[in-house]
Design a binder for this molecule. Structure first.
Ligand code: PLP
Length: 426
């Protein structure tokens, strides 16, 4: 029996995965799986993914872009949630796959992603990574600078399509730590050097310039920077491929709206129609906006320190959600798994030894007690990616939930994993 949500719980539920419901006792379910059962089976913290919801979100991007610009591709920025099952899912839904490093490339190949649909990124690709990508036969390499162009030219021995990553000099109006398109960024080739880079590619026997790439930043809540950047790259000449990167921001809290996918695609495609050749291929690379909402993290409360403020401390923290600590000022939401919405204002904190280890500040929790479960929505992006063993934390399992079946696609760390890299000394 599914219970209808009250007004307050409806506000927080909107942040949870698409296939989230309340059971008849008011307890949270994702993909028809009770979160308390998932927590009991796989331990906490646990990352719970709404698998069908993730597929629908992938199709929203693919179909939405294709409807507006038929010669187009959506690439999954895999750094946002790099695990084999997600690589496979995205490839099945018709997305290209972006990788930014040897490990991500190997994981994509291990998930049987077609190498020709893989795009290699990175501002400091090692020779070993370039060789790995060339040997695998990746579809595109996004070249980030002259040194890389030189090394790539020396290592390549058969035709290889490349994009040049432009530094468009446009402020993405986001957190400094995730801004990449502005002048002075470590990423990309400055505008006044692109002409020389194009000449260098044309002198190479094997490299074929397919087009230009830009990526302005992440968690972008305004659309104007993309419109500006498209205008800027249009001034660099005519190319076959324009990869506009990722960066669409998401709604982390009830009162922080983000552009919808439709608004974002409308803005991009309107600017593309105005400034780019209409025969060109458009590529976008969403990460955060593709995966964030599909996943919720479930924690168990370890202790409650009542006072002003009241601290509710759980069995995870910045070791499994570094995002909450990384962007100072970015608020997150949370709710009790068995009593959704409402309650008292508390500080939801983790168990890592940093004052910055706050998962959600000033959040409402209804009668939190030791042993209860807390769920944090919107935790799909860059949480598993940045998970670490701070204070000996065991990194969580990732569990796909669909139609009442809960399946681990990444298992939880064990203490043996934790000790495995240690070498006996003396
Ligand atoms: C080159 C590139 N493309 C796409 C993305 C994905 O960005 P987001 O997760 O904000 O959509 C990133 C993220 O840093 C990136 O560096």
């Amino acid at each position: 029996m599914i219970r209808p949500a009250s007004k307050d719980s409806a506000a927080v539920l909107r942040l949870f995965p698409q296939n989230t419901e309340l059971a008849d006792d008011g307890s949270l379910m994702v993909g028809r799986c009770l979160l308390r059962d998932v927590a009991d089976e796989f331990g906490t913290p646990v990352y719970v993914v709404d698998e069908p919801g993730l597929r629908v979100q992938a199709r929203r991007f693919v179909d939405g872009l294709a409807a507006r610009w038929p010669r187009s591709n959506v690439a999954f920025a895999s750094k946002s949630l790099p695990c084999r099952a997600v690589y496979r899912l995205m490839a099945d839904e018709g997305l290209l796959v972006d990788v930014a490093g040897g490990g991500e490339l190997l994981m994509a190949l291990d998930a049987h992603v077609d190498p020709s649909s893989i795009v290699l990124h990175g501002n400091a690709k090692t020779d070993a990574e370039i060789v790995l990508a060339l040997e695998a036969g990746v579809g595109l390499i996004v070249v980030d600078g002259f040194g890389e162009l030189q090394r790539l030219g020396e290592l390549v021995a058969r035709p290889q399509a490349v994009l040049l990553r432009v530094q468009p000099g446009v402020d993405p109006m986001t957190y400094a730590g995730v801004a990449t398109g502005q002048r002075g960024s470590k990423f990309g080739i400055p505008l006044d050097a692109i002409g020389d880079a194009i000449k260098q590619v044309s002198r190479s026997r094997w490299l074929q310039l397919a087009g230009l790439h830009l990526h302005l930043g992440s968690q972008m809540l305004r659309l104007a920077p993309w419109e500006k950047a498209i205008q800027v790259i249009a001034s660099l000449g005519t190319f076959d491929v324009y990869d506009l990167g990722g960066g669409l921001g998401v709604q982390y809290t009830r009162d922080q709206p983000a552009p919808t996918i439709d608004q974002y695609l409308d803005a991009l495609v309107t600017a593309a129609r105005a400034h780019l050749p209409n025969s060109a291929q458009l590529v976008i690379e969403p990460g955060r906006s593709l995966v964030a909402r599909s996943m919720t993290t479930v924690y168990r409360i370890v202790t409650v320190k009542s006072g002003d403020p009241t601290f509710v401390a759980v069995d995870g923290g910045m070791a499994d959600n570094f995002e909450a600590s990384l962007y100072v000022g970015q608020a997150f939401e949370a709710t009790m798994v068995e009593r959704v919405g409402g309650g008292e204002v508390v500080e939801l904190v983790g168990r890592q030894c940093e004052s910055g280890d706050r998962l959600a500040s000033g959040v409402l929790l209804d009668a939190p007690r030791r042993g209860d479960l807390v769920a944090m929505p919107m935790t799909g992006a860059y949480t598993h990616t940045l998970a670490n063993n701070y204070n000996g934390a065991l990194r969580p399992a990732i569990v796909f939930c669909s139609e009442g079946r809960a399946t681990a696609v990444v298992r939880r760390d064990t203490y043996d994993d934790f000790l495995a890299r240690e070498i006996k000394w003396p």
